[in-house]
Design a protein around this ligand. Structure first.
Ligand code: OAD
Length: 266
């Protein structure tokens, strides 16, 4: 991995983070769409984000089109936007930021990734401890109440506009959290179990931190005096709270972090 020049303030903050991680046992990285933006995926909010238009072409706010309620009343509409999101992601690959996190994990007792991303890139890049709190687009499951059909697909090429279950003919859906839906219980209990064990370093990367369950671990860590860092070229509610704000893109920053940690090894 070659050296990465982030400029003076960001470079110094990366060095401080590397020093903390070098002596830490457990680190938590909380990631959002900004991490996958460096793979060419659109973010949800901000310039060019997929929620920037006020209404979809169907006259619904995108948050409504992508809700559990609309999926059950009008699945064709929800699937239209699911297909749009999936096709915007198709062919993209994990980037150096995902790979840097996978590389760093071997230098700690435990590095956990709490991600809102549904692209599966952290696990694909080799991260072992990943909590996909919003699910995963590649897993499909049947909406039928009595049916347990599931399938993992590489992408949605070849899927019909409204996919149906081969077993019971009910509508199929991606195993992701839609608006107005509850978080997956297994992911949530894994998150709570890890938070109970505590972390020595908490880093938020590429997320607008709009959800309480995303911001709260960072806020709690700040209050407990734990070293906290935000990596994000934009401002979020966390920016003024963290120990260090790194206003830079995820991929070069995480790559620089892995390099800095590599240089610290005996
Ligand atoms: P957002 O789109 O809300 O925020 C993306 C963040 O990434 C912004 O703060 C950007 O400034 C930042 N960003 C953009 N490019 C970046 C880069 N190259 N490196 C680092 N940061 C960058 O995405 P999330 O916070 O992930 O949920 O959004 C959370 C959830 O909102 C999504 O999981 C989705 C959506 O509603 C559901 O669908 C349930």
């Amino acid at each position: 991995m070659v050296g990465v020049d982030l400029g003076a303030p960001a470079g110094a903050a990366v060095e401080r983070l590397a020093a903390k991680i070098a002596t830490a046992r457990r680190a938590l990285f909380i990631t959002g769409a900004g991490v996958s933006a460096d793979s060419g995926l659109p973010t949800y909010r901000g310039v060019g984000g997929i929620y920037e238009a006020s209404l979809t072409e169907d006259g619904l706010p995108i948050e409504m089109a992508l809700s559990g309620g609309v999926l059950s009343r009008d699945p064709a509409t929800t699937w239209k936007y699911i297909h749009q999101i999936e096709s915007a992601c198709r062919g993209a690959q994990p980037n150096g930021g995902h790979r840097a996190l996978a590389q760093i994990q071997d230098q700690l007792d435990a590095l956990w990734v709490l991600t809102q991303n549904v692209d599966g890139f952290h696990a694909a890049a080799g991260s072992r401890n990943v909590i996909e709190i919003h699910g995963n687009l590649q897993r499909l499951r049947c909406c039928g109440p009595e049916c347990s059909w599931t399938q993992t697909v590489p992408d949605y090429a070849g899927l019909p506009a409204l996919p149906r279950c081969p077993t019971c003919d009910a509508v199929v859906r991606p195993d992701v959290v839609l608006f107005d839906e509850v978080l997956p219980p297994a992911a949530l209990s894994s998150l709570h179990a890890q938070l109970r064990q505590g972390f020595d370093v908490v880093v938020a990367v590429g997320t607008s931190a709009g959800f309480d369950y995303i911001a709260a671990p960072v806020v709690a860590a700040c209050r407990a005096g734990v070293h906290t860092v935000e990596i994000n070229p934009g401002q979020t509610p966390l920016s003024s709270l963290v120990s260090d704000k790194i206003a830079a893109r995820a991929e070069p920053t995480l790559t620089a972090l892995a390099v800095a940690l590599g240089q610290r090894r005996p």
